[in-house]
Design a protein around this ligand. Sequence first.
Ligand SMILES: Cc1cc2nc3c(=O)[nH]c(=O)nc-3n(C[C@H](O)[C@H](O)[C@H](O)COP(=O)(O)OP(=O)(O)OC[C@H]3O[C@@H](n4cnc5c(N)ncnc54)[C@H](O)[C@@H]3O)c2cc1C
Length: 498
Amino acid sequence: MLRKLIRNKLQNYKIALNKPDPSLPLNLKATKRVAVIGGGIAGISAACNLSERGFEVHLFEKEHFLGGKVGSWQFESNGETLRTEHGFHGFFRQYLNLRNFLKKIGSYKHLIPIDDYTILFDKNKKQGFKGLDNTPLLNVLGLRKFGIVNWKTFLNPLGIPFINLLRFDFKSTFKNFDAESFASFASRTRMNDKMRLVFNSFSRAFFAEPEDMSMAELIKSFHFYFLSNEDGLLYDVLDSDFQNSFIGYCEKFLKKNKAKINYSTPVTSLQKTGNYFVVNGESFDYCVLCTDVKHTKRLIAHATGFEAYSSTLHKLTSLKQSGRYAVLRLWTDRFEADPTLPFFIFTDRLKCLDSVTLYHKMEKESATWSKEHNGGIFELHSYSVPKDLITDQEVKEHLLSELYHYFPELQGMKFVHQYFQHRDDFPGFHTNQYANRPEVATDVPGFYLAGDWVKMNNCSMLMEAAYTSGAIAANYILEREGLQQNALESVPLKGILA
Ligand SMILES: Cc1cc2nc3c(=O)[nH]c(=O)nc-3n(C[C@H](O)[C@H](O)[C@H](O)COP(=O)(O)OP(=O)(O)OC[C@H]3O[C@@H](n4cnc5c(N)ncnc54)[C@H](O)[C@@H]3O)c2cc1C
């Protein structure tokens, strides 16, 4: 009965974001050229959604592969040819639009579930969430059995702000909490250590330090991932390398729809002239900018013809990146001792290490390498490299010493290969960013934005935000051409107590 009430209040856990008009035509008759700049999930989304309707899509990507942060590439090491990626990715069950897309292109079959959402802390303690009730509200109460909430949480008068987690609403949540950091919220509400551990792992998934992370973004993420649906904290991963299980399917779809993919083609010049956009010297009717925050700022700083659109220019040039993050993948001669660990584990960071992925347990190609070489493949992430660790060497050393803290049995292992990335191209979900965050539609006619950093009035985040924003950009263009939009979905937009 209670479950039914909750489900009803939360609109059956799913809402339609738009209502496509079935009387409108699907396909374009005229020739319209669209430049999609950036071949990450957002760009792939815009390019697929437009090319299948007959638009002449030109996708520009600066790298020699598509996918952006879910791209995969080859490298040579010690006489072997290997592949690597930007890092482990979880495909949550709430990623409604992205998952529909995976079904459409045929890659959904590669998703496999993770066994548990696990956090390691205090050297050899672990926090899992197996068996947690999936119904919103009941899942919060269920956290009692893991020691994360207790009667004090509900009776502590300082803890009253917690109720705002269940009251998510775009307007009031961002008005009241975008200026407050997670660190300040945690100390103001005297958050207990276990709860802090859980929130910390959530906040780090947005590549922000607790003192920078906007509490409003964190409330939105709790709503999206935990409090608005019955999908729970568990998620799926792709069973093989991203190129083989995801990006290859996108390329096939784009080629089938005659989209032109320009690999290794950074866009270095963008001009608005009259009603057209000139991208690297070629003229287009529409432009969808899907670059990451770092490169968006660079490109826009040199763009011409946008001077009359000061609002868009100001929003784009004041975008903020996260700090640095690091990903170290190691091919080794050892395995972890605990066979019960899932393939992805959050670690309560001592200074630097946020997560460890056991690739030999998860991905087909890694499992084959592991079998052939009798070794493990580990990936270490620092989602936010501390400010005092500057050089690659310092970051690597810290990552490794923390790995040995949690996995002492790996001490002394030999590295057969390693691949290290130390980057700063993630969007900042920091305090006071929301008001000025640009939206998909801009005040420049025919010019749209897509990416995980774009403001939308739906709750999607990260990969789902990238996909959904690209599809919304495509929908604006379909609408302008008098065509039927593509249907998009979302979890409900308000919390259960809002
Ligand atoms: C280590 C790591 C782990 C993550 N884990 C998860 C996870 O578990 N779950 C999840 O949902 N999300 C996760 N994410 C986030 C997720 O990867 C991103 O939110 C998503 O992929 C962003 O897609 P995008 O298209 O917006 O941007 P990007 O992937 O950044 O794509 C932007 C593209 O633009 C291209 N580009 C830039 N400048 C130019 C130019 N001038 N000309 C042409 N091309 C250009 C870039 O090369 C890139 O391909 C993770 C990210 C990282 C880095």
